[in-house]
Design a protein around this ligand. Sequence first.
Ligand code: ADP
Ligand code: MG
Length: 243
Amino acid sequence: MTIYLNNVTLAYEKHPAVHHLNATINKGDWLAIVGPNGAGKSTLLNAMAGLTTVHEGSIEGLCSDTIAYLPQQAQLDKSFPITVFELVFTGLWAKLGYTKSLDAEDYKKCTAAIAAVGLHGFESRMINTLSGGQLQRSLFARVLLQDQPVILLDEPFNAIDRKTLIDLTELINQWHRGQRTIIMVTHDLDYVQAHCPKTLLLARECIGYGSTKNILTVDNLKRARQLSESFDEHAPWCQQGAA
Ligand code: ADP
Ligand code: MG
């Protein structure tokens, strides 16, 4: 259950987004991935979820049926005409196959997951009528239903209210106590310092990886910002950060 990132390079049309990244993530870790906008955080999470091909190097210890993935809200089409129940139910597709219908047991699990995130009574609401917090709760219910040992969360606390933040943090704490591996992209450094024992600071390349208090130093954060600001979108392939 250990995850190995071996010299991982990720690219869009030969444009490098993440360079030569090495890290070992242990079972039960709660890891924050932080870094400036465009640092490659979502790209890395997508690659871990198996949604982006690894250009160079490899990711070991992950496969699609051990992962629950919560995408960044911006990646979602909120106008898609589905209800909360249907959205949460898609969490079972990997197990059931998307053509299968629900049996009574699945229905119960789905309803229980929706209740567990405080959305009882919202089952038949269309997702485009939800607040940011309610939509995020629905996505967490989907992760709950997926019931996987590795949980990938991309900016799970953007545009949500404080009560939702507290409730969803309690859910993550339960996953953490249950020895699930949690990998979370976030901008909220105070949150990371309060909750996440380990941090990966990314600015296309790795600025630091290890215990949060060793990584979130003033110097490291300054370096990440500088690297991000000086990054040349048109730099030749794999020049920056090349080993
Ligand atoms: P972050 O999540 O850290 O803000 P991303 O991983 O979304 O950063 O993006 C990293 C870089 O890759 C950015 O320069 C972004 O413009 C680029 N990028 C992201 N998605 C795509 C895509 N689908 N096609 C081309 N370039 C992309
Ligand atoms: Mg992102």
